[in-house]
Design a binder for this molecule. Structure first.
Ligand code: SER
Length: 671
């Protein structure tokens, strides 16, 4: 089956079940600075899952472009991609578990649709805990489906350990619960559908030698579909508790959420196109599917073109150099995956930079280039030669790629050119540092033994940082090269690099303070005030309107603040007045503002607000407004802020308007 057939079948099936097709949203979330990319089909639908009316009705189906880069290091194995297409169907307060499961079963196993042998399918359900009971309803529905198909329908029993015969596996919240996207909001148990390959792909990763359950890391079970039953709203146990932490016991209480039944019960499902295609075609890895095959062929073609430049005797050397797909599949897969993701990102308006989305894109392009060097692709602009193939493959489904072809080309070529220069200089420097240790040996040919003999066991973080600072040579790339050379890049190296980074930051801050004294510094001060006012505004909105309020966007300049937040209705005059009053009251109270660095875990325990975990590293900065015994606002934020609220002046709302579906916008000034 081809990708095109699968997309069409999925859409057709759900249209026959009364769904309306919606187009894929951009990879860049609208009005949501808290997350870099769209990571699931449900993501653009959040307002509608919360109760907003969707113009196309209550049953929707789509193929959504998604990017997930948390597993970037795993790309190159059999199932991980940084970009994927998610096939999804939704019920916004319409059908629920019964139809959702029944239809999944029909679509997967019916001859007319995917015709997967029922025997190969295993499912997981939520096992239940103190917040919500075991999902027996789903168990029963699945059993009915299995009985009808005349296959076993046993539920896994921990005591009997009957995993050989069981087909339904109850698992805890960490496996079978999805959402909420932020700290509070719609969420629920899910049931996940796996294909059982019958044996591990990677035996070493299988603890009991093949005696495993879905969720095992050995690759035996491939998850292809996830049906989420969003029947709960997760709330804090104590209303507004994230602002009212006075005692230790309250901090502990605050850790506990409560799960309230939603009035609108939704279904959110997601099926990975690439994985499902691989399964349907009997492949044990996603790179065999036709979408990737063509890209990989193109990459092989580029290495062969390089070969043509060689003289005959060099050709032989090349033949043995391990630069064909079968010799080094990981490199080919990484190049194919990363360029594909880059093409889609650029087409949605992301450009390479050192910040946020742009940095993710830059990292992908640069990683692809490095791996291309490894398999000896010499062509300059090879990224665009591969991109051209990708555009050809996808242009009928995603016409924006064709439309943005010139922009994509321009971005890739520029970045490739820039990075090749960086790479050359940085690599030369690395070789100089580590190459001089062993005279005459090209570090690329260093063996582990030589490294040990010469006592260069560890990379020096300070030097690594220096190469980054001087040549822009990415630290993670040094790390990868060190690994190849057999030089450890350990905790200590990272600490040293971080320390060097901090010193560098301080130096440049001092320099820029000197430089910008005067007009710019004043503008900066005003912006800082508005930033603090934004925190007071969010705290007040949550108190007056409720805990469903999250930041959806923020824009500050020296003249005003602009703040977008999740809320469906226009604010009344009374609400606006109350909000202004509450903000001004905090200003009058002359509250101190303090910041502290802590683990994300600790920040969450303290009830600090922030929306999507994925944006944050392990350590976060938390700004608290108020006294320890009476905290008004606590947010994960990088600052800067004023020292005391008394510096702000008088807060005034200038405008309140709609920003997009389910999002309101406030413009406010400080007088
Ligand atoms: N949101 C769920 C997921 O991403 C189902 O679509 O798996």
């Amino acid at each position: 089956m081809t990708a095109e057939e699968l997309r069409k079948k999925y859409i057709k099936f759900f249209k026959e079940k009364g769904h309306q097709e919606i187009a894929s949203a951009s990879l860049v979330p609208e009005n949501d600075p808290t997350t870099l990319f769209i990571t699931a089909g449900m993501h653009p639908l959040v307002p509608y899952l919360m109760g907003e009316k969707h113009p196309k009705g209550k049953r929707l189906v789509s193929v959504q472009k998604c990017v997930r880069t948390v597993d970037i290091e795993d790309v190159g194995d059999s199932t991980h991609n940084t970009f994927f297409e998610m096939l999804g169907n939704w019920s916004l307060g319409d059908y629920f578990k019964q139809d959702s499961i029944k239809w999944s079963w029909e679509f997967l196993t019916d001859k007319k649709w995917l015709n997967i042998s029922p025997e190969k399918i295993k499912v997981t359900v939520f096992e239940g805990d103190k917040d919500a009971s075991r999902d027996d309803e789903s168990v029963k529905i699945w059993q009915k489906c299995f009985k009808k198909s005349k296959i076993s329908f046993e539920v896994y029993d921990n005591k009997k350990k009957n995993n050989k015969t069981a087909r339904i596996f109850p698992l805890p919240k960490k496996d079978n619960w999805w959402g909420p996207a932020g700290e509070t909001g719609p969420c629920g148990p899910d049931t996940e559908i796996f294909i059982d390959l019958g044996k591990p792909v990677n035996f070493e990763k299988c603890p009991n030698n093949n005696n495993c359950k879905p969720g095992c890391n050995c690759g035996r079970y491939i998850e292809i579909w996830n049906n989420v039953f969003m029947e709960y709203n997760r709330k804090f146990k104590i209303p507004n508790s994230e602002f009212q932490i006075n005692s230790k016991s309250q901090i502990q209480n605050n850790k506990k959420y409560k799960y309230i039944a939603l009035s609108q019960k939704n279904v959110d499902t997601g099926m990975g196109l690439e994985r499902t295609l691989a399964i349907l075609n009997g492949f044990d890895n996603v790179y065999e599917i036709e979408l990737f095959k063509l890209i990989i062929q193109k990459i092989e073609h580029l290495t062969i073109r390089t070969l043509m430049h060689f003289e005959t005797e060099e050709k032989e050397e090349y033949e043995n150099s391990g630069t064909k797909y079968k010799d080094n599949p990981k490199a080919f897969r990484i190049i194919a995956d990363h360029i594909r993701t880059s093409v889609f990102m650029i087409s949605d308006g992301v450009i390479p930079s050192n910040l946020g989305r742009g940095y993710v894109l830059r990292r992908l392009i640069r990683r692809a280039i490095r791996y291309a060097k490894m398999i000896k692709i010499e062509e300059s602009h090879f990224t665009f030669l591969i991109a051209k193939e990708i555009i050809k493959i996808y242009k009928d489904v995603y016409p924006e790629l064709e439309k943005n072809r010139d922009f994509i080309q321009d971005c890739l070529v520029k970045e490739e050119h820039k990075f090749c220069q960086t790479l050359e200089r940085g690599l030369k420097e690395l070789k100089k540092i580590y190459g001089t240790v062993i005279r005459g040996v090209d570090p690329e040919n260093l063996s582990k033994d030589m490294v040990i003999q010469n006592n260069i066991m560890r990379a020096d973080g300070k030097k690594i940082f220096h190469i980054y600072e001087t040549y822009g040579f990415p630290i993670e790339m040094s790390q990868e090269i060190m690994k190849e050379w057999g030089i450890a890049f350990d905790e200590e190296t990272i600490e040293e690099a971080k320390k060097a980074f901090k010193e560098h930051q301080e130096l440049s801050r001092t320099a820029s303070v000197g430089m910008f004294k005067g007009g710019l510094a004043d503008a900066g001060e005003q912006a800082t005030k508005y930033h603090t006012a934004t925190h007071l505004l969010l705290g007040s909105l949550r108190r007056i309107l409720g805990n469903h309020i999250y930041q959806k966007g923020s824009n500050i300049n020296a003249d005003r603040l602009r703040f977008d937040f999740s809320h469906s209705e226009k604010l009344s005059e009374d609400e606006k007045q109350k909000i202004e009053y509450l903000v001004n009251k905090q200003i009058q109270k002359k509250l101190p503002i303090n910041s502290e660095e802590m683990s994300l875990e600790k920040a969450k325990q303290l009830g600090a607000i922030g929306v999507f975990d994925s944006k944050y590293g392990d350590k976060v900065k938390v700004y608290t407004i108020g006294n320890p015994d009476n905290v008004f606002s606590r947010e994960i934020c990088n600052g800067p802020h004023v020292k005391n609220t008394s510096e702000l002046g008088k807060f005034k709302i200038r405008k309140e308007q709609s920003s997009s579906a389910g999002v309101r916008r406030i413009k406010a000034i400080l007088e």
